[in-house]
Design a protein around this ligand. Structure first.
Ligand SMILES: Cc1cc2nc3c(=O)[nH]c(=O)nc-3n(C[C@H](O)[C@H](O)[C@H](O)COP(=O)(O)OP(=O)(O)OC[C@H]3O[C@@H](n4cnc5c(N)ncnc54)[C@H](O)[C@@H]3O)c2cc1C
Length: 480
């Protein structure tokens, strides 16, 4: 066995303890398992603080659930699903600033949403640059999509949003009864049927990836508080102008490596904890890495699979708890056309099974495209349990039909190519009664958890993942 030291880690390697089967033993300050937003944001913070970090991911591509790949037919590099950021993604933008890419997901100056229904009726919600939550109230009052009674009904959300502004979104949302669904909460606040259909329901699906009849009101209230209870630009949309791996995964890996760390792909990690020693041992193929701390930034459903010799006692309850988290799917259908079909960058679809249409002809990726006809629309269906079971042809036909109904101008365009992407475990359920989410700090010394599914109070989002990554890194830096 060859013992190598990555960086300036203390000598935590214990080559004598029956590990002769490993060709290499490495020591590092911290091993991060999982290179999604959570793991990479943790690794960047730790590497920036001078610690030697090894990041392992079992996938060939970095980025986890927010990743990109090359479509074989067009040669276009596209995301595994359209991702959008918001102004309230404070820690995400701080992370992107650190790796130098925040300008690649520019925020709109204000919230502006174009919605359309299956009759082709189109109405834009535009919120003026007023203090929150006045900006939303004024925007909705002027929104032609809604009958007057529904516009006025949104004033009943104002006390909650003012509370979120004064005390913070977490405190205000904490008072929403845990057992309520979004639909029940909205009904209790007298929200009219049209404002529910055109605003609150699309927002629920986009933010929680679950229908309002199933999703928990507390998680939704937290999102509303973050979006509309803070500064007016908290609700502004930021759509990446480059594929996700160029936005964060590759730049973050370069940052870690430039700071003396290592990022390893196709590295399925298993680890064992030796309570008697000062180190945690992570096994990766023929390598054995000893570290003072390990951050597990894998998805909730993978936590239980990480243990080489069975999970230590302190982790068993946590693993059982997260194994009970249910998963929610997202189905995306990418449609390529011979001409531009969307004049807006994104359109919310009302009364349809696909909920958003994103026009990527405006995104810049098409330059790589091999087809002459290269205008791509990404149709996104959230909480899409029913669609998950349909075959590709049926999904493409449905996506094309709904796009044509909601955006009548699209009808004359010729589709040249289509690609379906299924993400069966895109996010975890935030339904009332879902199991409690675990904290960053575990009962096992040196072992920390990160991931959008940890106890951030946010639903499964990029911002939740980055906050969890930063929290884990900060806990390591504090020495616990
Ligand atoms: C299609 C889709 C659209 C979405 N849209 C949005 C959006 O618009 N806005 C938004 O905020 N959020 C969105 N999300 C949610 C967002 O992508 C996630 O919340 C976020 O990416 C989760 O990051 P994470 O780091 O916590 O987990 P992950 O991204 O799941 O990363 C975990 C990593 O761990 C690795 N791993 C697992 N087991 C092992 C092992 N044994 N050894 C080594 N590595 C391992 C995995 O390969 C993976 O890379 C969307 C998700 C999907 C799927």
């Amino acid at each position: 066995m060859v013992a190598t030291q990555v960086g300036r880690a203390g000598d935590a390697t214990r080559p004598e303890v029956g590990r002769a089967e490993f060709e290499h033993a490495i020591s590092a300050d911290v091993v991060v398992i999982g290179a999604g937003f959570a793991g990479l944001s943790a690794a960047v913070r730790l590497a920036g603080a001078g610690l030697r970090v090894v990041v392992l991911d079992e996938a060939p591509r970095l980025g986890g659930r927010a990743t990109s790949f090359t479509d074989k037919t067009t040669g276009e590099h596209i995301d595994n699903g359209q991702h959008a950021l918001f102004g309230c993604y404070r820690e995400t933008y701080a992370f992107l600033r650190t790796i130098g890419t925040d300008a690649l997901a520019p925020l709109d100056p204000k919230l502006s949403l174009v919605m359309a229904d299956t009759t082709g009726r189109r109405a834009a919600l535009s919120c003026p640059p007023l203090p929150a939550p006045l900006h939303l109230m004024v925007g909705v009052l002027a929104w032609s999509a809604l009958p007057l009674a529904d516009r006025w009904s949104t004033a009943r959300m104002a006390p909650f949003l003012r509370d979120a502004r004064t005390r913070g979104a977490a405190a205000a949302a904490g008072e929403v009864p845990e057992h309520l669904t979004v639909a029940a909460w909205l009904a209790s606040l007298g929200q009219g049927p049209v404002v529910r259909e055109w605003l609150w329901h699309p927002l629920t699906l986009a933010a929680l990836n679950q229908s309002p009849e199933v999703a928990g009101a507390r998680a939704f209230a937290r999102v509303l508080g973050e979006l509309f209870g803070a500064e007016a630009n908290a609700s502004a949309l930021g759509v990446p102008t480059v594929p996700l791996d160029a936005l964060y995964a590759e730049p973050a890996a370069r940052f870690v490596e430039a700071h003396g760390g290592r990022v390893v792909r196709r590295a399925s990690a298993r680890f064992s904890v030796e309570m008697s020693s000062e180190a945690i041992f992570v096994k990766m193929a023929s390598e054995l890495i000893s570290a003072k701390a390990v951050i597990c930034a894998v998805p909730w459903h993978a936590l239980g699979t990480l243990w080489a010799d069975g999970a230590p006692e302190g982790m068993v309850d946590i693993i059982n708890q997260v194994n009970d988290l249910e998963s929610e799917p997202i189905v995306s259908v990418n449609l390529w056309f011979d001409r531009q079909v969307l004049t807006d960058r994104q359109v919310g679809l009302v009364g349809t099974q696909f909920h958003w249409a994103f026009g990527n002809e405006l995104g810049g990726n098409f330059r790589e495209n091999r087809l002459r006809a290269h205008f791509r629309v990404a149709m996104v269906a959230s909480g899409a349990r029913d669609l998950l079971r349909q075959d590709n042809d049926a999904l493409v036909a449905l996506a094309e039909r709904e796009l044509g109904q909601c955006v009548p101008g699209a009808g004359g365009a010729r589709r040249t190519h289509a690609l379906v992407v299924r993400a069966p475990r895109a996010t975890f359920s935030v339904a009332p009664g879902a199991p409690a989410r675990p904290r960053t700090i575990t009962p096992v010394p040196g072992l920390f958890l990160a991931g959008d599914w940890t106890d951030t109070g946010l639903p499964g989002t990029i911002e939740g993942a980055v906050r969890s990554g930063h929290a884990a890194a900060d806990a390591v830096l504090r020495g616990r």
